[in-house]
Design a binder for this molecule. Structure first.
Ligand code: GLY
Length: 399
C-alpha cells in the first residue's frame, strides 16, 4: 500500500463523521435529564422560529443587545452557527420549517467557500458540514472541499500552523480557537483520500500543543510567531483578562479541539492534552458550582464577574465526547459535569423566556470583554454548542 493511501486509510478507521463512543455503562443518558432536554429542544425550536423572523435575508444573526437584534454578513466568523443550530434542531425534532430556514441561508453562505479566513472551518463545517451529514449531496461536498482548500492556503510550514489573524510584517498570529477549524481538514482528507489536509491539521495541532499551553494545562489565547523562522515573538491572551490569565472560552476551544483531533487520529498525545485541559477546568477553584465559568478564570470581581454561557456549552459538548475515550472513573466525572452544565443552562438563570432575548435561547455570554464588545448577551455560538451538547447527551454511549 502506498504511504499516502495507508495514511488516509488509518485516518478513516480512526475518525467518523459523528463520534463513536466505546460501549460503557457509565455513558447511558439519564431519563430525567433526557426529559428536560426534550423540553428544551422543543422550546429552542419554537424560540428559533421567533429568531428566523428577525433575520434579514442576506445576513445571519449574531446577538441581541440593548433591545436590538444584530445581524452580520456571511463573512463574519459566527455566520455558520445559525444554520448549524437550525440543522441540529431539525435533527432533534424533524421540524420542516426549521430545516427550510437553515436551507434558505445556504446560498448566502456558499460564497464563503473561498474566503481567506482561518474561521472558514467554523463557518462552513457548522453549516454545510451539518447538512451534508444529515442529507449528503455532491454539491455540499464540493463546497466543503473548496473550503478546506481555502484554509490550507493559510498554512506556513516554517511555523507549522495556519495563520489566524491578519498579521503585521514579521508576525504570524495563531489563536487557540483555530483548533476548531481543523475538523474540516480532517473531514476533507477522509472524503478525498488526499492526505494534504490532514497533514496540515496534524502539524497545526502539534505546534499548538507544543507552544500554546502552560504547565498547568491552561492555554494562552495567542502565540505570535516569526513567519520566517518559526520562532515565537510573544504569547498573549487578547480576549481574556491578562496575558497570563485563562480566558474561559479559549480553554473550551482547546478542550474540544484536542478531543476532536484524538477522535480523528487516535494519537494518544491529543487525548492526554484534552484530559489535562479538562483537569485544569474541573479542578479550578474559580469554577462555580453550576460549572458555567466566569468569562475568565482569573477575572477580577469573582464571584460577581460575568459568566460565559458559551464557554459552558462548549465544555459540556466536549466533555461528553471525551467521556467516551477515558476510563470509567473519569468518564463518570466528565458526564457529571456536562449534566450539571446542561441543567444550569436549561434553568431560568440562562434560558430565555419564549419570545424574549431576540429569539436566542441562552442569555449571559461574553464575546470580547477587553474590547467592550457583546458582554452578558446572547451569542449564536452559545446556542449552537448548547444544542449540540444536548444531542450528544441523548446519544451518549451509542455507537
Ligand atoms: N473565535 C472567537 C471567539 O471565541 O470569540
Amino acid at each position: 500500500m502506498k504511504l499516502r493511501t495507508l495514511f488516509t486509510a488509518t485516518l478513516i478507521l480512526a475518525g467518523t463523521s459523528t463520534f463513536a463512543q466505546q460501549a460503557k455503562k457509565i455513558l447511558a443518558p439519564k431519563a430525567e435529564l433526557v426529559k428536560l432536554i426534550d423540553k428544551q429542544l422543543g422550546f429552542a425550536t419554537a424560540q428559533y422560529k421567533v429568531l428566523v423572523k428577525k433575520v434579514p435575508g442576506d445576513s445571519l444573526p449574531e446577538t441581541f443587545e440593548n433591545g436590538k437584534s444584530r445581524s452580520i454578513p456571511a463573512k463574519n466568523w459566527v455566520s455558520g452557527f445559525y444554520p448549524g443550530t437550525l440543522f441540529y434542531l431539525y435533527e432533534a425534532t424533524g421540524d420542516k420549517a426549521i430545516h427550510d430556514a437553515g436551507i434558505n441561508k445556504l446560498p448566502v453562505m456558499e460564497p464563503m467557500k473561498t474566503i481567506d479566513s482561518h474561521d472558514i472551518g467554523f463557518m462552513m463545517y457548522c453549516s454545510f458540514g451539518n447538512i451534508n451529514r444529515l442529507e449528503p449531496k455532491p454539491e455540499y461536498k464540493d463546497i466543503l472541499i473548496t473550503s478546506a482548500q481555502s484554509l490550507i492556503k493559510r498554512f506556513n510550514p516554517t511555523v507549522g500552523c495556519t495563520m489566524s489573524w491578519g498579521s503585521k510584517a514579521g508576525e504570524f498570529r495563531v489563536i487557540i480557537d483555530n483548533m476548531m477549524n481543523l475538523e474540516l481538514l480532517m473531514w476533507a482528507t477522509k472524503v478525498t483520500g488526499d492526505s494534504t489536509y490532514a497533514k496540515v491539521a496534524i502539524t497545526h495541532a502539534n505546534t499548538t500543543l507544543k507552544n500554546h499551553f502552560r504547565p498547568d494545562g491552561s492555554s494562552y489565547h495567542l502565540v505570535n510567531y516569526n513567519p520566517s523562522t518559526g520562532g515565537i515573538n510573544v504569547k498573549q491572551t487578547v480576549q481574556g483578562y491578562a496575558d497570563q490569565s485563562a480566558w474561559a472560552r479559549g480553554q473550551g476551544w482547546g478542550l474540544y479541539g484536542f478531543t476532536m483531533m484524538y477522535r480523528e487520529t487516535k494519537d494518544k498525545k491529543y487525548l492526554a492534552q484534552a484530559k489535562k485541559i479538562a483537569q485544569f477546568i474541573l479542578s479550578h477553584p474559580n469554577l462555580p458550582a453550576d460549572k458555567v465559568p466566569y468569562w475568565d478564570f482569573n477575572s477580577p470581581g469573582i464571584p460577581n464577574a460575568f459568566r460565559d454561557a458559551s464557554a459552558g456549552a462548549i465544555y459540556a459538548s466536549a466533555l461528553l465526547e471525551l467521556a467516551g475515550y477515558v476510563d470509567d472513573t473519569l468518564a463518570a466525572k466528565y458526564v457529571d459535569v456536562a449534566e450539571t452544565i446542561i441543567k444550569a443552562l436549561s434553568s431560568d438563570k440562562y434560558t430565555a423566556k419564549y419570545g424574549g432575548n431576540g429569539g436566542f435561547v441562552l442569555e449571559h455570554s461574553v464575546a470580547h470583554l477587553p474590547k467592550g464588545a457583546m458582554i452578558d448577551v446572547p451569542l449564536t455560538y452559545a446556542d449552537y454548542y448548547y444544542v449540540e451538547a444536548m444531542l450528544r447527551y441523548k446519544n451518549l454511549g451509542k455507537k
